[in-house]
Design a protein around this ligand. Structure first.
Ligand SMILES: Cc1ncc(COP(=O)(O)O)c(C=O)c1O
Length: 215
């Protein structure tokens, strides 16, 4: 079994279609099941990210996409999502689910059907996150700071000389960010900022971040 994640949490990077095709081909050659966590697939800026389901053919042989209403619809507490793809793998999952899963309450099922049936609210939600992302990106780039990844998802990443020192300095200014190293050694030298506050708060925070990091 091979797990991939695109759009990726936490970096917000999007895996290009030819790379996804490479994963599908190599997993098929190796007889491995390709499990793609695509729970951020609705939260992108610009062109929609490719899903493995678009590239795996009608039978989606050896490929599963994992989707969630937590990000698309902000329904985190509902614990609702979907697994879509290879019919044999879905049948095996359905059998496992009977033995080990729990049934979603009826109101959750009704809300999930409503959420999956409506793309408008997902598009509105995407617009809100993109507006915040652009505020941060524009402010940071205008100040000569380097934004990396961050094409999708809920975060913006900034390159800094020392992520721990920068996170502590920002904390002193009332702004909580995650030092990249908290996510592993590859995150050293980067800050992760969450697009969680309101647009107005993001605007104020962007100005404060620039003031701190440029001081
Ligand atoms: C990449 C990724 N996959 C899965 C999840 C979990 O989704 P859910 O809320 O549906 O359990 C998250 C939530 O943060 C996530 O970032």
């Amino acid at each position: 079994m091979v797990w991939i994640c695109s759009p990726h949490n936490p970096t917000g990077s999007i895996t290009p279609p030819h790379v996804l095709e490479g994963f599908i081909a190599r997993c098929r050659e190796a007889g491995a099941l390709l499990c793609a966590d695509e729970c951020y697939v609705d939260l992108y800026d610009g062109d929609p990210p490719a899903s493995v389901l678009q590239l795996a053919g009608d039978a989606a042989e050896g490929v599963l996409s994992f989707l969630s209403l937590s990000k698309r619809s902000g329904m985190t507490g509902y614990r609702a999502g979907a697994v879509v793809g290879d019919p044999d793998a879905i049948a095996a999952l359905a059998m496992l689910r009977t033995a080990t899963g729990t049934a979603a309450p009826e109101f959750t099922q009704a809300a999930s059907i409503a959420a999956w049936s409506d793309d408008r609210h997902a598009s509105d939600r995407r617009d809100v996150f993109n507006a915040k992302r652009r505020v941060l990106r524009d402010r940071f780039e205008a100040a000569g700071l380097e934004v990396v990844g961050s094409q999708a998802g809920l975060y913006v990443w900034l390159r800094v000389p020392d992520d721990l020192a920068a996170a502590e300095a920002l904390l002193g200014a009332g702004i909580v960010v995650a030092p990249g190293r908290a996510f592993g050694p590859g995150g050293e030298g980067y800050l992760r900022l969450a697009l969680v506050p309101t647009l107005e708060e993001c605007e104020r925070a962007a100005a404060a971040v620039v003031a701190v990091l440029r001081s």
